[in-house]
Design a protein around this ligand. Structure first.
Ligand code: GTP
Ligand code: MG
Length: 661
């Protein structure tokens, strides 16, 4: 049901994982690891491609058994697979599948659909008809983010290396004050209290606990921002999300955000209904609210596990850990151990006495002291490793968090961590990556309304994802509904999240990870979010009228968006004296300090860095003459038509609006 791991499937089909991975890669799927999962429909497709028992005769089966070498899918009878990477019409479909248009129209009529040859054909319908022609239709996966493949290659490990069970990695999320930190502390301290060797737990960003001989790794950076910022950088480290909901407060905006973040990452969610001890605790109400979010509790017939706990009193914690283990058992998490380590940076800092210190969550393989390593654009050789108990260790395996020393610089949380053959290779990889990163920064392929049309045309985008924030819930809903209606046959408009309040950092990270555009309705981004959006090149659009938003999206889909303008400062002048000119008013005797001042430029008057006026220049003079421009190092007189309050010391900043391509 649902998802199947590649290596299990390989066992089923009697082929190697590598064959399956190669095959899927050929189909354009971004699968690199034996641990990767595939959806049901892909399983069907693979079964068709590799196993042919259903439609093979007895003789053929015997033949196959005699010749077990014949395993390549190309040599077996299989359905032809046709990949679709753009919107289909009846005609283009017929062409792709290599049948006549009339045949397609006839089949459509059988399905009760009257379509002409130029009509758009939905993928689902096309797939059904293709099936009748003995063709398997596959939608090409579009890699919008353009991740470098070489990094994924890292996780590729030879088949001969045994995969052993590994501990699940758990992230705790939830609304402010619902008890995430208390819960994490409680889980960790329970563990410390139990182990007599004890030692003080060290905060390294993640820790492991052991119950009934089974380990669980907790990421100690609660909050979905951290979770999604890692995902935004391509690191999927979390296996299970624990969502803390206070029983006396219920589902809150950040709870919903967290749900959407976990759903977007396709990570199973376990609900910890916390503060059961508090007065006013109402777990049923919480369940009701969760159900409204599509998370139906198990005892209501759904499949969402809810565990009542009190982090404060330590009640229900064992149950929660049991449930985590149960869910993780179903995931059958495994990783190769006897190979070079690959992992992800969870946290990193510069320590005054120890230099750069980073916590790495090992995801596969074994990390050893004196290994040469690379993390993002940082490299080095492991000088020492410390576990979450503050103990020095020599080796660390899958799902283990360790603090490592010996890097040449501080890596970023979310950076991929890998072992290189030697120091030289480590340095080379890091340097190359830095260069690539720079290049990527220069031509990011994030969606933006401005180049949406181009991306649609090059088939990079099939779905325009929006993250909508508004001043009140009612308008968020209204904006969502109006915008989703703008969908065309080529591009579907989908709101992945709606919320109330200012656009915050978490919104930007979710948008970045999901390649979405943020729509703000009567709200603004907070300063951190604004910076973050620039860094991640996330497009934020602010509106006050729904119609304008609808209009913009409609135009963007058609490639007709009005050009965007941005301002460019062209120069500054300092007011050194103020002259009263009869009939005209006050004129500033100025000195141009940098750039130039242009007669037709727009200008603003700054006093102590505060804008006190903004508008057109009224006059620009050198001595008595009107001039068109004055360059840096010269004196001039500047007056404003509608502003008379110029003072000595004011700075006049001239700027112009230029069109952004
Ligand atoms: P932020 O980090 O600010 O988002 O909050 P948090 O989710 O980490 O919550 P935190 O653990 O700091 O707990 C918030 C408050 O709730 C604290 O005063 C805790 O003592 C209290 N609290 C946490 N768990 C429980 C509980 O099980 N019962 C009761 N009654 N109070 C709790
Ligand atoms: Mg906290």
């Amino acid at each position: 049901m649902g998802k199947v791991r590649i290596y299990e499937l390989a066992k089923d089909l009697g082929v190697s994982s590598k064959e399956i991975i190669d095959y899927l890669n050929e189909l354009g799927m971004d699968i690199t690891s034996h641990m990767s999962t595939v959806e049901d429909d892909i399983v069907g497709l693979l079964k068709d491609a590799f196993a042919v028992l259903e439609d093979t005769t007895i003789e053929e089966i015997e033949e196959l058994e005699e010749e077990p070498k014949v395993k390549s899918p190309s040599k077996k009878k299989k359905k032809r697979i046709v990949e679709i990477d753009e919107a289909l019409t009846v005609e283009s479909f017929a062409e792709k599948v290599n049948v006549s248009v009339t045949e397609v129209i006839a089949k459509l009529m059988d399905l009760g659909m009257m379509l002409t040859k130029n009509a758009d054909l939905e993928f689902d319908v096309a797939a059904i008809i293709a099936d009748e022609f003995g063709v398997k239709l596959k939608q090409k996966q579009v890699n919008v983010k353009g991740e470098e493949a070489s990094i994924e290659d890292l996780f590729r490990v030879d088949d001969s290396i045994e995969r052993l069970p590994r501990a699940p990695v758990v992230t705790i999320m939830g609304h402010v004050d619902h008890g995430k930190t208390t819960l994490l502390d409680r889980i960790r301290n329970a563990e410390v209290a139990k182990s007599e060797a004890g030692g003080i737990t060290q905060h390294i960003g993640a820790y492991q606990v052991e119950i009934n001989d089974k380990k669980i790794t907790f990421l100690d950076t609660p909050g979905h921002e951290a979770f999604t910022s890692m995902r935004a950088r391509g690191a999927q480290v979390t296996d299970i999300a624990v969502l803390v909901v206070a029983a006396n407060d219920g589902v809150m905006p950040q709870t919903i955000e967290a749900i959407n973040h976990a759903k977007a990452a396709e990570v199973p969610i376990i609900i910890a209904i916390n503060k059961m001890d508090a007065s006013g605790a109402n777990p049923d109400h919480v369940k009701q609210q969760l159900a409204e979010q599509g998370l139906i509790p198990e005892d209501w017939g759904g499949d969402t596990i809810c565990v009542p706990v009190s982090a404060l009193r330590g009640e229900g914690i064992e149950d929660l850990l049991d449930m985590i283990l149960l869910v993780s058992e179903m995931q059958e998490l495994k990783a190769p151990v006897e190979c070079k380590a690959v992992g992800t940076i969870i946290e990193a800092k510069l320590d005054r006495s120890r230099g750069p210190v980073a916590t790495v969550l090992i995801q596969q393989g074994t990390l050893k002291v004196s290994d040469s390593v690379v993390a993002g654009g940082v490299y080095g050789r492991i000088r020492a490793m410390v576990n979450d108990r503050g103990q020095n260790i020599k080796e660390a395996g899958p799902s283990m968090p360790v603090e490592v020393l010996g890097l040449n610089d501080v890596p970023q949380a979310g950076d991929l961590f890998q072992v290189a053959t030697d120091d030289k290779e480590a340095r080379e990889i890091a340097t190359k990556r830095l260069a690539k990163e720079k290049e990527k920064m220069q031509k990011t392929t994030k969606v933006s309304l401005d180049d949406l049309f181009a991306q649609i045309k090059s088939a990079e985008i099939k779905e325009l994802k929006l993250l909508i924030k508004a001043d009140v819930q009612g308008s968020a809903e209204a904006v969502k509904q109006s915008l989703e209606k703008v969908s065309t046959s080529e591009v579907k408009v989908v709101a992945i999240h709606t919320g109330v309040g200012a656009i915050n950092e978490s919104d930007v990270m979710l948008a970045s990870a999901s390649n979405a555009i943020i729509i703000g309705f009567n709200v603004r981004p907070d300063p951190i979010a604004k910076k973050q959006a620039e860094r991640e090149s996330v497009d934020i659009r602010l509106y006050r009228v729904i119609y304008d938003a609808v209009d913009d999206i409609e135009k963007a889909l058609k490639g007709m968006l009005d050009p965007k303008y941005k301002e460019e400062v062209i120069g500054h002048a300092e007011v050194r004296e103020v002259f009263k000119v009869p009939k005209i008013g006050n004129v500033g005797g100025c000195y141009v300090t940098d750039g130039k001042i242009h007669r037709s430029a727009k200008a603003r008057v700054l006093r102590d860095n505060i804008v006190i006026y903004e508008g057109d220049l009224g006059s620009l003079k050198r001595f008595k003459d009107d001039v068109r421009e004055v360059a840096a190092g010269f004196e001039c007189g500047i007056g404003f038509e509608k502003f008379n309050d110029i003072k000595e010391g004011d700075i006049i900043e001239a700027y112009q609006m230029i069109q952004v391509e």
